[in-house]
Structures are given as C-alpha cells and as structure tokens.
Ligand binder design. Structure first.
Ligand SMILES: [Zn+2]
Ligand SMILES: [Zn+2]
Length: 507
C-alpha cells in the first residue's frame, strides 16, 4: 500500500472483523505506538483498544493476557510480542509498517514478526494485512508471485503525494571542515522558517562525531573490547561504543603517541549538526530527535507530540523520525548525507536506503502544504539515488529483485548466518573450519557453506566473531539440515554459536 491512508483502510478491515464477533490484532513498531495513534483508533471505534507494549505494567499485561484468552479483548494494538497472546477467536492480524526492521529481533530468539504473523494467521484461519508505504522486497516479491493480494492506495485516500525530491550535488559545494549544511539547503531552511513552517534535517548518526582522531599521529580511538571506533557524545561528555555500550572519557592526550592537545572530532553526528544549526539560525527553535537523548520511549513520544504541535522550527533527527509520525507543519526535509546507507557490503543496503530516504522524504508536506526534499549526495548518478529521486518505485523493486534472483539470495533463495564467538579467536576458527568440513548434511539438500571468515564486526565485548554463511535453494528443508549439521559437533565451553535464518543484516 502507498501512503498514510492505509490506516483508514485497515481499520475498515478491523471493523469488519469485529462485526463478525472475532478478535483483531494490530501490530506496530514500538515507537509508532503513540497516544496519537490510540486516540485515532478510539475515535474510529468509540472505545480504546487494549495495548500491549513495553510501557504497559506487568499487572496490566497479566490482566490483558487473561482477557484475550477468554475472548474479552476485541481489539489489541501492540508491539511485536503481542503475537504470542492467547487469542481465542482471532479473525485478523494487521502488520503496520511491515518493512520495519524492528520486527526482526536481532538478539535472543530469532524470529521475524511479519513472517510469524503470516504463519499464525494461517494456523488460526484468519486474515492478515501487511501495510506499508515502502514495502519490504520480500512482500513485494510475494505480491508479484501472486501469493499475496496487493492493494495500492492513491491520492483519493487522502494520501499526500511524495514531495518534490531533488539532489544537491556536494561535489560542487565548498564547505568548511566542520560544516555539513550546503548553501542551497541552508537557504531553503531559512525560507521555510521565515514562513512559519518546519524544516527537518536528517542524519542517521547519533552522538557528536563518529571518530576521534589524533592530529599528530592519525590514531583513531577505538573500543577496547570491540572492533569499532568510539563515538563522541558531547551530551554525555564521553566516548561511547555503539556495539557494546562501553564508555570512556574523551582523551586529551593521544593514547597511541602520547602527544597532548591534538585529539579532534571528525565527521558529523546529530549533536554536532545541532551546533551548526544553532550558529546559522540563532533565532530558530531547534529540536533534536535521537533515541539516546531521551530516557524512555514515552519521553521521546512526548517530544514528538510537542514538535507536531509546532514547538520547533528546525528538527534534527536520526532514523526514528522516519517511523510514521505526522508533522503537519513540516514542509522541507534535508538529508545531510544520502550516501551514508550505500556504504558497506550489506545485502539490503540498497533496499534500506531506498526505504529510509522515501520514508524521511515522506514526512514533508503531509498536510495541505506541498513538500520538498533535498538530498545532499556525492554520487547523484548512483542507481539507488536516481531511483529515489525519480520516484519510480516499481522500477527500483524490479531491478533489485532481479539482482537478488540472479545471485540466489533472499527472497529467492535461503540463507543462514552462523556466528561463532569466543574470547579465543583460534578456537572459533578451528571449530568453524571443522563445521565447514563436515558439510555432508548440507550438501544433501544442495546447500553450500562459505567460511569461516571474520564477521564484519570481528570483535564485540571482547569476543572474537567468526561467521559461516549457508546458501540454499528455496523450498529445501534448510532448518532440518542445519540442525543435523550443527548437531555433529559438541560446543566447547567458551564458544557460543548463534544461527540466524534469512538474516536481516550480516554484521
Ligand atoms: Zn597520536
Ligand atoms: Zn565496544
């Protein structure tokens, strides 16, 4: 589905389900579960739906669990784990923002809530609706293959068209070393603010600066326990590792060469961008939306409410701003670094960048005022950037799907990532090598194993990480083969093994 009118459409389906006396479950990413959304549902149905998310007390949860089991709660609105409520008479599951990566839990139990919802619906004999303005390639492909019905919503559902989108070619801009807002973007921001409208600057980087470097010897401060550079958070006055959460003071003396006074932050994070905005637009009211600046999801949601009501002129945001919030006064979105997501070797880098840029751009001009999105890029001719600007969604998905089909990767083939982690790097490699040699159970289903190789993030919390990748055709019994393959060897005490089927990322 396209655009924000999707909520009205699936609430119609919910109404139909309730009329038949069956229960309905609406799943949303945690951050999108706002008071605004619940009020909207209440206005539509005349009663507040039951809620299931991290902000609900244990007592409330127990009560809801019982009610659902007795068929008492007609409509439940919840985060991912609401799927496991013991519904008695489930008639409909809606997965809103189905492309959202928060549906896939990356640590602990590995399941994808979207896939679980489809499975649960099949078992319960109920309907499932996957709703998104920027669907995942999996769902797009399933619709293409005729497995899912597809409903496209156009302007007649009150859906704002995507804003006018343009690139700012950064190769033609000369900016000072600690400046990231180009002249055309700055002028556009100034014009919106002068009209009493809102402008948003999007940068998907938390903290002040992604790297702290020694100007004397070039040393970059890294985490002691991870294969990661530490990010300066000026708000906390600390360096923070985004892998493990470890922190240390910002050094004044270089830990490598011992020279004092030459340590310098390099590159922008949202906190640093905020400094630039304050300097350039001293009169404007600035709000920074970054998950780490708020103690709780509730505090963050409150701040979003304040901004939506006009409490800021310029908003700086990380990817949390992409998640379906309505800012009626917002008419300009400036993407500080549209190339950021295109780096790295992630299979889904193109898909994610495409979705993220379109979602962020979609924040602009959602009410009556037309919006404009400006993307700062060093590679305006990159196929993904061109697809974003051209707005040709189908062409992008077709090209992306074809590329994946040719290389036999999800959703056209199956993959499994095996991560071995241990304080002892040799042990992890030896064990991985032994697994790779004993690949008969995999070969029987025509699957191949690659590795062991250092995982893209080779060390986290002091544990070395080694990865094997298994690639199989669609439709083969991959899970059973994996179980047999991994069951051949006993895991040594200081080695951990994690299996991720059809991984969302390869970190
Ligand atoms: Zn140094
Ligand atoms: Zn770390």
């Amino acid at each position: 589905m396209t655009g924000s009118g999707k909520t009205e459409v699936y609430l119609e389906a919910v109404a139909e389900c309730l009329k038949q006396g069956r229960q309905a479950l609406v799943l949303l990413p945690e951050i999108a579960l706002t008071a605004e959304f619940l009020t909207r549902v209440e206005a539509r149905f005349g009663a507040r739906p039951a809620e299931w998310h991290s902000g609900v007390t244990m007592t409330e949860r127990r009560r809801l669990w019982r009610m659902v089991g007795q068929g008492g709660a007609q409509m439940v609105v919840g985060a991912r784990s609401a799927l496991f409520l013991p519904f008695r008479e489930l008639g409909l599951i809606v997965v809103d923002e189905e492309h959202d990566t928060s549906y896939k839990q990356e640590d602990g139990v590995l399941y994808h809530a979207r896939d679980m919802a489809v499975l649960r619906a099949a078992l319960a004999g109920c309907q499932v609706v996957l709703a998104s303005a920027t669907p995942s390639l999996e769902s797009w492909a399933n619709a293409q293959a005729g497995k899912y019905g597809r409903l496209d919503l156009g302007a007649r559902f009150g859906v704002a068209e995507l804003p006018d989108m343009r690139a700012i070619d950064m190769r033609g801009q000369s900016l000072a070393n600690d400046r990231w807002i180009s002249e055309p973007l700055a002028q556009a921001v100034a014009a919106r603010v002068a009209f009493g409208e809102q402008a948003m600057l999007f940068l998907n980087r938390r903290g002040y600066a992604p790297v702290t470097v020694c100007r004397a010897c070039g040393h970059q401060v890294g985490c002691d326990d991870c294969d990661a550079r530490m990010v300066e958070h000026r708000f906390l006055k600390r360096l923070v590792c985004h892998q493990c959460g470890a922190t240390k003071p910002i050094p004044t003396v270089c830990p490598a060469c011992g020279v004092a006074g030459r340590m310098a932050p390099v590159g922008p994070g949202v906190e640093r961008l905020a400094e630039e905005v304050t300097a350039r637009f001293p009169q404007a009211r600035l709000a920074v939306l970054s998950s780490d600046l708020f103690g709780s999801a509730r505090a963050l949601k409150e701040q979003i409410g304040v901004i939506a009501a006009g409490g800021a002129d310029i908003i700086i945001g990380t990817q949390i701003v992409a998640k379906g919030h309505n800012f009626p006064l917002l008419t300009l979105v400036g993407v500080i670094d549209a190339d950021l997501g295109l780096q790295g070797s992630d299979l889904r880098a193109a898909e994610r960048t495409f979705q993220l840029m379109r979602q962020v751009a979609g924040r602009a001009g959602r009410a009556e005022k037309p919006g404009l999105a400006l993307l700062q890029t060093h590679q305006p001719e990159h196929p993904v950037i061109r697809a974003i600007l051209g707005g040709d969604e189908e062409a992008f998905w077709s090209a992306e799907a074809e590329e994946r089909r040719v290389s036999g990767v999800p959703p056209y083939g199956r993959m499994a990532g095996i991560i071995l982690s241990s304080p002892d790097v040799a042990l992890a490699f030896d064990f991985g090598g032994e697994l790779a040699r004993r690949d008969a159970p995999l070969r029987r289903i025509g699957a191949q194993v690659f590795g062991p190789a250092p995982a893209p993030i080779a060390r986290v919390r002091g544990r070395h990480r080694v990865r094997l990748l298994v690639k199989a055709e669609k439709g083969v019994p991959l899970q059973a083969a994996l179980a047999e393959w991994l069951g051949q060897l006993k895991l040594p005490a200081n080695l951990r093994l994690a299996v991720d089927i059809d991984p969302q990322s390869f970190l």
